[in-house]
Structures are given as C-alpha cells and as structure tokens.
Write a protein that binds this ligand. Structure first.
Ligand code: FPP
Length: 241
C-alpha cells in the first residue's frame, strides 16, 4: 500500500478477473491450489483497501461456469477454499462493515457452501462501508439465459408486456440487480479476454489488463491502477466537451 488515503474521482465499482494463480504455483513447482490460497490472501488486502480509496463496490470473479472443466481435485480444493474463506473472514468483514453478496447460479454448489453464502449475506446485509460481490459459478451468458427464462415466464403469465422490456427492466432480471455497472474491469496475468464476465454490465467499462499474476497483485498496484483510471474522460458514446 502507498499509505495515501485520498479518495479517487469517478471510481465507484471495480470488477476483477483474478487470473494467474495456477501459473504462479506451477512456476514455483507447487500444486495449483497453493496459488489459489495465496490468491485468497490478496483478496483480503484489496478488500481492506477499497473503502480508503473511495471504491464502494468491488466484484471478484472467483469461479466461472466453465471452471467445472478443471481437474476434480482442483475444483474440490477451490470449493473448500471458498467455504474456509467465508468461515474465517465473516467476523472481520462484518466488523469492517462490508456487505457481501454472491452472484452466479448456486444450484450446482454444495449445500454447506450455499448455506454459508446465505448466512454471510444475511449477517452483513445492513453494512455499507464496501459492497463486496463474489461471482461464484458465474457466467455472463448463463446469467442472461436465466434472466431471459424468468422474463419469458413473467410474460407467459401476463406480468410483462413487450413494451415493458427495456434496458432498465432487463437489469432487474440479472443477478447484479442491486449493483451499479462497473466503471473499471481489471484482469491480471497478461490475458486480454473478458471470459464471460459481466457481459451486459460492462458495456461502458474501462479495461485494465496487467501482466502481474493474481497472487503477486498487491494492494499498491490495485491502487495505482484505480488512481490512473480516475483521470480518464468517459463519454458513454457522446462527443467530448
Ligand atoms: C484463476 O487463476 C483463478 C481462479 C479460477 C480462482 C480464483 C480464486 C481465488 C483468487 C481464491 C480466493 C477467492 C475468494 C473470493 C476467496 P487460474 O487458476 O486460471 O490461473 P492460470 O491461468 O495461471 O492457470
């Protein structure tokens, strides 16, 4: 951390694709799960920093709908890491007035994890220092598919007419209905892809692709990127002044 606590302009919501845990571990001859564990400690540092630099919403891509294709042991290890993160961090997150919510399809997750997620959401529901959203079994296309399914069910039952379908009303069917759109999406590890993350919501987001692998991504680097971005002129399609 740089130690500066001056709030940044414009930055309300930062979303992060935390990539590179596997490579970080493999390069050191360690099992991939060690990289994920180190990655979890970076989550803690960045969560602590966000309120100090004026970031009110932080959304983290922890497990995608495609990540089930990984080796069984890695998937099981990640699920166990998520359970342990919740058990270990719940008290501190609540004391720091962090509101935690999850996006993604929970139906494929195990019962214990689903219950832990629900209890953390409930426990922290009244907090407003930082809104932390964790994307778990999340995919942008899956989210849109589930949203369209709900919308068409409502239409079939006469609750929605074609003229009611607007960009705003579609937003209410998404997992992110309570979130503003991200202002900035950061992806670590040098890959320049969005990998099915917040497809609808990132229409006007800025993107920062950085070479650093997630386990090496410090709070100071996060702060530098956010501050660098805060000076940019975002026009949302309009001409500059
Ligand atoms: C991508 O790196 C990372 C993941 C699939 C897992 C992200 C999870 C964490 C950072 C752990 C903790 C998270 C929370 C919210 C407690 P990769 O494995 O694809 O890396 P690679 O591209 O180098 O193989």
């Amino acid at each position: 951390m740089t130690g500066e606590t001056e709030p940044t302009r414009n930055i309300n919501h930062v979303a992060v694709i935390m990539d590179g845990n596997g490579r970080w571990a493999t390069r050191r001859g360690l099992p991939r799960l060690v990289g994920h564990r180190k990655g979890a400690s970076r989550v803690r540092e960045i969560v602590d920093l966000c309120p100090d630099i004026g970031v009110k919403y932080l959304t983290l891509y922890a497990f995608s709908t495609e990540n089930w294709k990984r080796a069984e042991g890695e998937v099981a290890g990640l699920m166990s890491l998520f359970r342990r993160y919740i058990l270990k961090e719940a008290k501190k997150l609540h004391e720091n007035r962090v509101r935690v919510r999850f996006i993604g399809d929970r139906t494929r997750l195990d019962r214990k994890l689903i219950d832990l997620m629900a209890s953390l959401e409930e426990k922290t529901a009244g907090n407003d220092h930082l809104n932390l959203t964790i994307a778990l079994n999340y995919g942008g296309r899956d989210e849109l598919t589930r949203a369209i399914r709900s919308l068409t069910e409502d239409a079939a039952e006469g609750r929605v007419a074609p003229e009611d379908v607007t960009e705003e009303s579609i937003g209410f069917y998404l997992d992110t209905r309570y979130l503003p759109d991200p202002d900035l999406v950061i992806r670590t590890s040098g890959e320049q892809r969005i990998s099915n993350f917040l497809l609808w919501q990132s229409a006007y987001a800025e993107y920062a692709f950085v070479e650093t692998l997630w386990p090496d991504f410090s709070a100071a680097e996060f702060e530098d990127i956010v501050k660098g971005y805060s000076g940019r002129d975002r026009r949302f399609g309009a001409a500059s002044a």
